[in-house]
Design a protein around this ligand. Structure first.
Ligand SMILES: Cc1cc2nc3c(=O)[nH]c(=O)nc-3n(C[C@H](O)[C@H](O)[C@H](O)COP(=O)(O)O)c2cc1C
Length: 238
């Protein structure tokens, strides 16, 4: 009888211990999935891989940034080797020349005849015609320093009697443009370039003559947009 009681008590204790143990196990599992305040969750395998991916992405811009620097440096180099050369009697071609210089950063040289032209328009018409008939080569005042260093020469002139003013012929005779890129621009009362592009090509067979810009007299006063489109089209500005 006594043995039965002792056995019953032992069984009761074992059962109570077993139930208590199960209860603790359940609580522990719940606690492990809930972060305690003030603690951090260790990254899982997935969250660990994310920073690596971001790191790779973040390196991409710095990889290409070297290329971007090189591209940015090109216009500066180009600007240092460009020159605007022009003749203008009443200011229209000069307006275009200034705009081109402004947009490209090129150096500039104005062709001025050593013997100045008259201020009288009607008299000038006759003089210009006479110069053409005679194949004149009016002398240029001053000279262009370090002309050999320029790779691109913007060449501007007004249309005079369907041709270039003879001082442009003087310039093409006096300076060697072999290997350079000539970028012509003209202002006119409507004739545009006439045949002057083929004349330049025949006088400078070893130069590359790019597509020119033709402006009407009134358009020349505000040449900004036309010049920008033209220069961009030629790839001479961004
Ligand atoms: C002597 C002379 C001849 C000209 N001949 C022509 C011509 O044949 N066709 C034309 O469209 N404009 C002609 N013009 C007008 C000029 O080409 C035009 O006004 C030009 O924009 C002037 O440029 P500038 O202000 O730079 O001198 C002539 C002007 C002058 C002074």
């Amino acid at each position: 009888m006594m043995k039965k009681k002792i056995f019953a008590v032992m069984m009761a204790c074992m059962l109570a211990f077993a139930l208590a143990a199960c209860g603790n196990t359940g609580n522990h599992m719940e606690e492990s999935t809930v972060p305690k305040p003030g603690t951090t969750v260790e990254p899982t395998a997935e969250t660990e891989s994310e920073p690596e991916t971001e790191t790779e992405e973040n390196t991409s811009p710095s990889d290409t940034s070297d290329e971007a620097v090189e591209i940015e440096s090109e216009p500066e180099d180009a600007a240092a080797t460009e020159l605007v050369v022009y003749f203008s009697w009443s200011g229209n071609t000069e307006s275009a020349a200034l705009e081109i210089q402004n947009q490209t950063g090129a150096d500039m040289f104005r062709l001025v005849p050593a013997e100045p032209y008259t201020d009288d328009y009607d008299a000038l018409l006759d003089i210009a015609q006479e110069e053409q008939r005679n194949g004149a080569r009016p002398a240029i005042s001053g000279s262009i320093e370090n002309f050999d260093s320029y790779e691109v020469v913007y060449l501007g002139y007004p249309n005079w009697w369907g041709d270039m003013p003879m001082i442009i012929y003087s310039f093409l005779d006096d300076y060697d443009l072999s290997g350079k890129r000539i970028v012509p621009f003209v202002t006119s009362g409507g004739s545009g370039f006439s045949n002057t592009i083929s004349t330049i090509k025949s006088m400078e067979p070893d130069a590359e003559v790019l597509d020119g810009l033709s402006l009407g007299s009134s358009q020349a006063a505000d040449p900004g947009d036309a010049a920008a489109d033209w220069l961009r089209g030629l790839g001479l500005v961004e």
